[in-house]
Design a binder for this molecule. Structure first.
Ligand SMILES: Cc1cc2nc3c(=O)[nH]c(=O)nc-3n(C[C@H](O)[C@H](O)[C@H](O)COP(=O)(O)O)c2cc1C
Length: 421
């Protein structure tokens, strides 16, 4: 006991730490959900928190999309939504696009807002809009897609360190009640990465995440960890919390990697997109079966009024491609149908009908046969395939394109960005 006390006194005296503002969070000791355009919308974040993620990053939101939004509390869901008109001169009763949505009850103190930006003034203007509702402001300096880099955002900032530093300086100087952090990729050589990280940690940021891939690397290429100890060391010296990212599969592995490389925590993206229970430690059950995760996700999505198109996209990431449900999910057009596919009855199905009606979706046939699809898989799948005329397929691919465009409008970003950030 005395030994532990002595060690903790020694540690607090010897470890330098950038002060965390009053409403901010320290990233140390945290295993967190990565920012993911499209895949990191509110229900995905609630799912990650449900399974034990310590913090969640929202999807990158471009500063220009955020500036000019109106903040309101949705009376149905109690979520905070930042909205803007869908068209330049809208009718007074026209529907607004939701640019960003958070759940103040369940995300309070745990949500980090990630900005896409290339300009200090715009970054500050956008951050001001959300700073009072989130626990941190993060700058995306890692997205390699032309969509982001053409506008000088994402990984383009790695080639313009002066600009990146000026953005972080400006955000830190605002003295928001929450910390500022940055997410970067590795540069080609350790010397280049080190020089960059030294400049970034001198700005007063509280945290830095390093995605252990270089900008040209594709997501399927294994993350490289050769520079990680060095990055962790530079951050430690400056008192900045360092999170590692790239091919982290679950909490238990994350904790081992944290130990091995001397970083302060870890961030998980694709493994969580597929099955968020990766945040649950093995001693509490570890990875849950996908059917359980899907049910929780569907509940969260309906509770917070998540768009059907986005919900369907995420469900398609969670259901294994070989499961018969996978194709049915891809063909589904309503929350109610999703319940039928997963054999969900009772209150949740009622909720699905309501969710459909709210989004102007036809809830679809009420099937009398409530046998879960899993129990009559191949027969039903085959029947559905046989019924599907080619004209219908064409219509559904147009519908998919429309959904995709709507998703882009909602996140103010292109889905393709998501695939390889
Ligand atoms: C669907 C998707 C969307 C992403 N969107 C973002 C984003 O908005 N901001 C960001 O910094 N990185 C984004 N990324 C990159 C991830 O945050 C993460 O750095 C990358 O996937 C590596 O982590 P992993 O190996 O755990 O997948 C995205 C990745 C995916 C798969």
């Amino acid at each position: 006991m005395l030994g532990r006390l002595f060690r903790s006194i020694m540690t607090s005296e010897t470890v330098k730490k950038v002060p965390i503002p009053p409403r901010g969070v320290d990233y140390r000791g945290k295993i967190v959900l990565a920012p993911m355009v499209r895949s990191g919308e509110l229900p995905s974040r609630l799912l990650a928190l449900h399974y034990g993620a310590d913090l969640v990053w929202g999807p990158e939101t471009v500063d220009r999309a955020m500036i000019g939004t109106t903040r309101r509390v949705n009376p149905l869901t109690q979520c905070i939504e930042w909205t803007r008109p869908a068209t330049p001169n809208p009718a007074p009763d026209a529907k607004e696009n939701v640019i960003y949505r958070m759940d103040p009850r369940r995300e309070a103190g745990r949500l980090i807002f990630q900005l896409g930006t290339s300009d200090p003034e715009r970054a500050v203007a956008a951050a001001r809009i959300v700073a009072a509702d989130v626990a941190g402001i993060d700058v995306n300096a890692g997205c390699p897609k032309p969509f982001s880099t053409h506008a000088g955002m994402g990984a383009a900032l790695l080639r313009e360190p002066d600009r990146l530093v000026s953005i972080l300086d400006a955000l830190v100087a605002e003295r928001f009640d929450v910390g500022v952090s940055v997410k970067i990729r590795l540069l080609e050589t350790a010397a280049e990465t080190e020089a960059l990280v030294r400049r970034l940690v001198a700005t007063g940021i509280a945290g830095l995440t390093v995605h252990c891939r270089t900008t040209p690397m594709r997501p399927r290429q294994r993350a490289i960890r050769g520079q990680l100890r060095m990055v962790a060391g530079v951050c430690r010296e400056a008192g900045v919390a360092c999170l590692m990212n790239g091919d982290v599969e679950d909490r238990d592995q994350a904790l081992r990697l944290v130990d091995e490389y001397g970083v302060d925590g870890a961030m998980i993206a694709t493994a969580a997109e597929t099955n968020s229970s990766c945040f649950r430690p093995r001693e509490l059950g570890g990875l849950a079966p996908w059917a359980e995760v899907v049910e929780h996700y569907l509940r969260f999505a309906m509770e917070v009024g998540n768009r059907f198109g986005n919900t369907k996209y995420l469900l398609a990431q969670m259901v294994p491609g070989k499961a018969p449900e996978y194709r049915l999910v891809n063909k589904s057009r309503s929350f109610t149908r999703m319940c039928d596919i997963f054999g969900l009855e009772g209150a949740i199905r009622e909720q699905a009908i309501e969710a459909d009606l709210r989004q102007g979706i036809e809830p679809g046939q009420v099937t009398k046969d409530t046998t879960p699809v899993s129990k009559k898989r191949s027969a039903k799948d085959a029947a559905l395939n046989a019924e599907e005329p080619s004209q219908k397929q064409k219509v559904s691919s147009v519908a998919a394109a429309v959904e995709k465009a709507a998703a882009q409008a909602q996140s103010q970003s292109v889905p393709e960005v998501a695939l390889s950030m």
